[in-house]
Ligand binder design. Structure first.
Ligand code: NI
Length: 226
């Protein structure tokens, strides 16, 4: 399931985040790549230990924590602290799959990576190329969103970032260990939750809404891993 979450950051939040990132000590993105990925990864990344990265990361997490659509789509159990990357002209990240397990830096805590996410920080007009290309069972999906928008997709999918040919593409990216491990199960819950929201907004009756809501929670009760 690929879900676009619009406006995770508003204009003011974006401006302050971009100003913060301008002061950042960027390094070669291969620092966090596995062996296979390192062969096809060509971008800049913020060292996770830098003060700027920590501050920017916390700002993104705060925005995610109050975003109902993100929570409904990802059902987060743990969110890996967001990282930041920048693709300048000539940079790209070839086809790869994200690692299944990651240790949270500075802790012994390991996450199973169920969901991958990219938060676009540059306006699409500011660069050419740089599409996130995701392959799933339904084919290939090309994603290039407005600044402040987020895309979440199954971490199990093969994906790449197309070469940037002009300007610079700034993004935050992170992973989620979901309460619901299976993408198809998570997709059903998301569909059910979205339908309940729609019916509520349309003024549907209390009894059928209660029955649907009960289905939602009882499915989540079956599937949630805490
Ligand atoms: Ni990736």
């Amino acid at each position: 399931m690929i879900v676009r979450v619009p406006s995770v950051l508003d204009t003011a939040q974006l401006a302050s985040l971009r100003a913060l990132l301008r002061t950042a000590p960027w390094e070669d993105g291969r620092a966090t790549a596995g062996h296979q990925s390192a062969l096809v990864k060509h971008n800049l990344q913020l060292p996770q230990s830098s003060a700027v990265a920590r501050q920017a990361s916390e700002a993104v997490v705060r925005a995610l924590e109050c975003n109902a659509l993100f929570i409904s789509a990802a059902l987060p159990r743990h969110v890996y602290p967001p990282l930041f990357n920048c693709y300048e002209a000539g940079m790209a990240f070839g086809d790869h799959v994200d690692n299944a397990v990651r240790q949270v830096p500075g802790t012994h805590h390991r996450l199973r990576i169920d969901v991958s996410a990219t938060l676009f920080l540059s306006a699409p007009a500011d660069y050419d190329g740089g599409e996130l290309v995701i392959e799933d069972t339904f084919g290939t999906h090309t994603v290039k969103l407005e600044a402040g928008d987020l895309v979440v997709y199954p971490a199990s999918s093969r994906h790449s970032v197309a070469p940037v040919t002009r300007g610079a593409r700034l993004a935050a990216f992170f992973w989620v260990q979901s309460m619901v491990r299976d993408d198809a199960d998570r997709g059903l819950l998301f569909e059910l939750d979205s339908t309940i929201q729609q019916l509520t907004a349309a003024g549907a009756g209390r009894e059928p809404l209660l029955r649907l809501t009960s289905c939602y929670h009882n499915l989540l009760r079956r599937w949630a891993l805490l």
